[in-house]
Design a protein around this ligand. Structure first.
Ligand code: SF4
Length: 233
């Protein structure tokens, strides 16, 4: 797509999404949810798919998980107007089921175009399905919060905010991962990274709370080895 003005380009994508029949998800949806936010955002958040309230309102992350996302953004002095928020599929999967691989593949064109237009410094994936779009087969418990390069993009996988609603212990993990974002962005900009530091206690609690993180020396060694290879900072 050729569009010099990212806002205009994003509006074109929203129109295309509204008329899209490329997968069956449009059939049961009330509204398309193309995404929203700053057309020049430094951070793009990519969730999985619209839920009940998102489908009703045509906006991403407006339910309980959206409220928590707002809190997470506020914790690093951001709001949703300063970032871009979208999902891997733009219509609600029936009964909030997981988006299927063929649906994610069919919708890829829109997310790719949004990323190209906004050109964020960092894409933050929220949840397993959006992470696996970039790192198939990876375990989120092992890589959450670690910036990784995927082709021309820098991607930071994180848990979905909804996970914190169902697993209270994950709240600390997500909060710790968010708390590291400002420093990471500052380093990308070449600025001194001194704005936030995750308190050691919070870091320990988050590490202890992370599921799928593996346990024991072997897991820790493997994770550290991978981290050394893939971590950007
Ligand atoms: S979810 Fe994506 S691919 Fe499927 S109909 Fe909606 S816009 Fe088209």
């Amino acid at each position: 797509m050729e569009a010099a003005d990212p806002r205009r380009g994003l509006a074109v994508i929203a129109k295309q999404v509204a008329g899209c029949h490329d997968c069956p998800l449009y059939k049961g949806a009330t509204n398309p949810v193309p995404g929203e936010g700053s057309a020049t955002a430094e951070i793009m958040f990519v969730g999985e798919g619209p839920g009940f309230y998102e489908d009703k309102q045509g906006r991403p992350f407006v339910g309980a998980s959206g409220k928590f996302l707002d809190e997470l953004l506020a914790s690093i002095r951001l709001d949703r107007k300063s970032v871009f928020i979208t999902n891997v599929v733009k219509h609600r999967p029936p009964n909030n089921r997981d988006p299927q691989p063929d649906e994610i593949a069919a919708c890829k064109q829109y997310l790719d175009a949004q990323i190209e237009l906004v050109a964020p410094a960092v894409v933050v994936t929220l949840g397993r399905h959006s992470m696996q779009r970039y790192f198939p087969g990876e375990a989120i418990g092992r890589v959450h919060g670690q910036p990784r390069r995927k082709d021309d993009l820098i991607v930071v996988p994180m848990y979905h905010p909804a996970a914190a609603l169902h697993q209270q212990t994950l709240r600390q993990v997500i909060e710790a991962d968010f708390a590291r974002l400002p420093d990471f962005l500052a380093k990308l900009r070449g600025e001194p990274a001194a704005r936030t530091e995750v308190p050691p206690q919070l870091r320990r609690e988050a590490a202890a709370a992370a599921p799928d993180a593996g346990s024991g020396t072997a897991a820790a060694t493997a994770a550290e080895s991978d981290a050394q290879q893939m971590r950007l900072l």
